[in-house]
Design a protein around this ligand. Structure first.
Ligand code: IMP
Length: 172
């Protein structure tokens, strides 16, 4: 695709995600984990991640819209779909595609913390610390990347490019 340049290829993604799955399982021991995928961006990552975590895993989805077109964050977080089940007493892991300004992750932490989870942590495939506006603890990170707009493997630009099997930098 003309406007994209591969940053992380398929093989590197799968290799890192397998390690991440082992790190996550070893952190929680034998305890069940509720993985909360943040839609839509995390859907491919979540599907690959839960298959390498092993053990007891529940899957929930939270629909969030934080971009309303373009490549810049508006800072406005809108819940478009809530969880289907209560999470009180459960080890919850928010699964994000990317933490950029941190506004979405911070909002989700505050939204879910009051529902009484036994623990609440964040796993993000990508971390763009160079663009952080609010400090947020990202407990499990796949890759730390420079402050560039990326697409693919679930991440979009105006709803396109999610189906690329790799992570690419988008240059307009
Ligand atoms: P934040 O609230 O700025 O941390 O951004 C969170 C959301 O913005 C992510 O879950 C993505 O959906 C979107 N986002 C941030 N950076 C990028 C990017 O480089 N490419 C695609 N989407 C992004």
């Amino acid at each position: 695709m003309s406007n994209t340049r591969v940053l992380i290829n398929e093989e590197a993604l799968q290799e890192r995600i397998a390690t991440l799955g082992r790190e996550i399982r070893s952190h929680y021991g034998d305890e069940p984990i509720t993985c909360i995928g943040v839609l839509k961006g995390s859907f491919i990552f979540l599907a690959d991640l839960v298959r390498v975590i092993g053990g007891d895993v529940r899957v929930e989805f939270l629909g969030v819209s934080s971009y309303h077109g373009g490549t810049r964050s508006t800072g406005v977080v809108r819940i478009t779909q809530d969880l289907k089940h209560p999470i009180d007493g459960q080890h919850c892991l928010i699964v994000e595609d990317i933490v950029d300004t941190g506004l979405t992750a911070d909002y989700l932490m505050r939204l879910l913390a009051v529902r009484g989870p036994r623990s609440l942590k964040i796993c993000s495939l990508l971390d763009k610390p160079g663009n952080r506006e609010i400090e947020v603890p990202v407990d499990f990170v796949g890759f730390t990347i420079p402050d560039e707009f990326v697409v693919g493997y679930g991440l979009d630009l105006n709803e396109l490019y999610r189906n690329l099997p790799h992570i690419s930098v988008y240059t307009p």
